[in-house]
Design a protein around this ligand. Structure first.
Ligand code: C2E
Ligand code: CA
Ligand code: CA
Length: 346
């Protein structure tokens, strides 16, 4: 019927008989926004043209993108079965006061056919494919295991783990973390969890509950990608968190010659006035580092400090830097990178 209507319109408008092909996508069944609907209508249209059918309604089977997604999701599930993710660790270095070096855990997946898949891509796949809780748990298990190995080498970093929004609504996560830490004889106080504010405000009362339970274990929680969500300032006071991590999009814009540092400066002041610690990610130059120091940012992370490292390069980096600091070549206050002598409380 739709096809007939379209043909009739064309005939009326141009006075000619035509053969038409149409691809259809329904809201909301095939997409919730205009971009997705158009994309999928185009896929249906291509399928109508190639099969010379008048009208084709979008179906996942005609969508090679979706087929690929399904395939990749299956591969990711296999990779998770076989502990097939690897972890990189990127230092978050305290600016002033004595504090341990925190290593952010960044997951990597090398697909046998497609090579390295970006974490944004496979984390999104895991979220859509119902695998995210498994992914998070694997990252936690591996990272806590690695922490225990470092301890046996007398190196005592803390680790920061990225959580996905869905993890905040996983009621069994706090108990899982407690069990995993206990099994590895690692104190939960060595753990930081990074959660985006969008995750927290999607269901603020439930998020508050999970965050409280997590913090009761001794785990610290920081708001990741701070500044990119909607109501950061309004909600900051209500959220039981220890700190914020200013998104790199704001930090990299502190580059020399750029006049706009207001967001970064004000975020730091605001967070401090609420008793929160501030980390800046995306520190790509000496210049950015000195601006952040001027703003009294508490900790720094970025390619200029150190890129993400494979686990076996971490101890070398930490030891090398501890020596560099003690030789006073870098700022003295950055000395306590590694708690090399005093072991963390367990
Ligand atoms: P994120 O949490 O914002 O992590 C920081 C990202 O910035 C990392 O990218 C890191 O490699 C990159 N980066 C570090 N220093 C600099 C710098 O100086 N300049 C710039 N431009 N970038 C820098 P990566 O490793 O590709 O991770 C991307 C995102 O994937 C992460 O963003 C995080 O949201 C997500 N992700 C990674 N691992 C996990 C995981 O285990 N679980 C979850 N849920 N998400 C993860
Ligand atoms: Ca992060
Ligand atoms: Ca970020």
């Amino acid at each position: 019927a739709v096809q007939e209507t379209i043909c009739a319109h064309v005939k009326q408008a141009f006075g000619i008989e035509t053969r038409t092909h149409a691809g259809l996508a329904w809201y909301p069944r095939h997409g919730l926004n205009m971009a997705t609907l158009l994309h999928r209508a185009r896929i249906a249209l291509t399928s109508a043209e190639s099969s010379d059918q008048g009208c084709v309604i979008y179906s996942p089977a005609s969508d090679t993108g979706l087929e690929l997604e399904r395939e990749l999701t299956t591969d990711l599930a296999h990779a998770l079965d076989k502990n097939g993710l690897t972890l990189n660790f990127q230092p978050v270095v305290p600016m002033e006061e004595a504090g341990p070096c925190v290593l952010e855990v960044l997951a990597r997946w090398e697909h046998p056919e497609w090579g390295m898949i970006s974490p944004e891509t496979f984390v999104a796949l895991a979220e859509r494919g119902g695998l995210i809780n498994r992914l998070t748990r694997q990252v936690v298990r591996e990272a806590v295991g690695q922490l225990a190995r470092w301890r046996s080498e007398r190196i005592y970093p803390h680790i920061a783990i990225n959580l996905s929004p869905k993890d905040l609504f996983d009621d069994t996560l706090p108990a899982f973390l407690a069990r995993t830490c206990e099994a590895a004889r690692v104190s939960p106080e060595c753990l930081v969890l990074e959660v985006t504010e969008t995750a927290m405000i999607s269901d603020i009362s439930r998020a508050r509950l999970t965050l409280k339970r997590l913090r009761r274990l001794g785990v610290r929680v920081v708001i990741d990608d701070f500044g990119t969500g909607y109501s950061s300032l309004a909600h900051l006071r209500q959220l039981p968190v220890d700190g914020i991590k200013i998104d790199k999009s704001f930090v990299t814009s502190l580059r020399r010659g750029s006049s706009d540092s207001t967001i970064v400066r004000v975020s730091i002041e605001l967070a401090h006035s609420l008793g929160l610690k501030v980390t800046a990610e995306g520190v790509e130059s000496e210049y950015i580092e000195s601006r952040l120091e001027e703003f009294q940012c508490d900790a720094l992370q970025g390619y200029h400090i150190c890129p993400p490292l494979p686990a076996d390069a971490v101890s070398g980096w930490m030891l090398g830097n501890a020596l560099r600091f003690s030789e006073g070549r870098l700022r003295q206050q950055r000395l306590p990178l590694v708690d090399l002598v005093t072991e963390n409380r367990l």
